[in-house]
Design a protein around this ligand. Structure first.
Ligand code: ATP
Length: 328
């Protein structure tokens, strides 16, 4: 039988995402509800190695459900990639009397947690906190909905100025390997074209399509481009090519960048964070380990961490078709 859990640590790691604070709050309050001790680890695995822990009770997480970022701070930690680093981290956890860990982060964070569990048989549960929605085993990752709404809001504003000046804007949104933000924000903001890593449209077809839009009477256009789009090496090269090959448009670029990571989480992300925190702690109490919590068809689920890391988060083909029809 697994050891009874009395003290749980929670940390945020990797790239930050809106809703991380709400998830920490949920973990802390669920621990309090079940009369378990809880500690926060500052700065992800860096803080674990340095023993930078802070006791957290139900009241210490007041007023943070609506705050972006993560009050525990996040970090990328090279030392945790080594067995020596993880050994020091384990010593710190034992010294602090911690007997289980909730990690909030992306696939890198989960990989580190899996190594930690394999080496020390230490119970771990992951909460997928990343704006890219690039983890399988959950319909949505924490922070994705907020990032999407931030992107749509920004594109709406760019649309205003594009329209006033008859401009063609390339708007780059986050997503190196997956185009979830680009596709959904593009459809939501009524973009003329959407370029995602999963589909290579080809630059000639893009120019032809923009040409057709212009002939059909459009005086301004928005092209939403995911960072990892396959056509150009960068959005600026795309802009240069279209500038040289399409007449009659003043072409501009707007890179939304880190603003997509910040901001107050949407209601969806706050609720998701609250549900995930409860599921994470209660799974540890039930003796489960090496799982990621998620929602599939709005039901809380557990997916083996290994599967969550390796699995593909597939782009919605039906939505690609919708976007094609909408850009007619
Ligand atoms: P995001 O999706 O936002 O990038 P992430 O969790 O994938 O988040 P990473 O920087 O890849 O972010 O990973 C976070 C931390 O997890 C790393 O800084 C490192 O400490 C740890 N980590 C990542 N990969 C490994 C690994 N193979 N072995 C041990 N630890 C790892």
């Amino acid at each position: 039988m697994s050891k009874k859990i009395t003290k749980i640590a929670v940390m945020t790691s990797g790239g930050d995402a809106p809703g991380m604070n709400a998830a920490v709050r949920s973990v802390v309050r669920t621990c309090a509800y079940h009369e378990l001790e809880c500690v926060g680890i500052h700065r992800g695995y860096d803080g674990m190695i340095e023993g930078d822990f802070i006791p957290l009770d139900a009241r210490s997480v007041r007023g943070i459900i609506n705050k972006g970022g993560t009050f525990l701070k996040s970090a990328r930690c090279e030392r945790f990639r080594t067995t020596d680093g993880r050994q020091i981290a384990h010593n710190q956890m034992v010294k602090a009397g911690v007997d289980a860990l909730v990690v909030i982060g992306g696939d890198g964070t989960f990989t580190g947690a899996l190594h930690f569990n394999a080496e020390f048989d230490f119970p771990v549960i992951g909460i997928p906190g990343t704006i890219d929605n690039d983890i399988s085993g959950t319909d949505r990752t924490l922070g994705y909905d907020t990032a999407l709404n931030t992107a749509v809001d920004a594109i709406d504003k760019i649309r205003d100025t594009a329209h006033s000046h008859d401009r063609l804007f390339f708007v780059e949104v986050m997503g190196r390997d997956v185009g979830h933000i680009a596709l959904n924000a593009g459809v939501g903001a009524g973009a003329e074209e959407i370029l995602i890593p999963e589909e290579d449209m080809g630059i000639e077809r893009l120019v032809e399509s923009l040409q057709r839009s212009k002939i059909s009477g459009k005086s301004s256009s928005i092209v939403v481009v995911a960072e990892g789009d396959k056509i150009g090496k960068s959005v600026f090269e795309l802009k240069d090519y279209v500038d040289d090959n399409l007449e009659g448009y003043d072409v501009r670029v707007s890179v939304l960048g880190h603003m997509q990571r910040g901001g107050s989480p949407t209601c969806y992300d706050r609720v998701l964070a609250s549900r995930m925190g409860v599921k994470a702690v209660e799974s540890l109490i039930e003796g489960k380990s090496n799982y990621m919590v998620g929602t599939i068809h709005d039901t809380m689920t557990l997916t083996p961490l290994e599967q969550a890391i390796k699995g593909e988060s597939k782009i919605n083909k039906e939505l690609i078709r919708v976007s094609e029809i909408m850009t007619t």
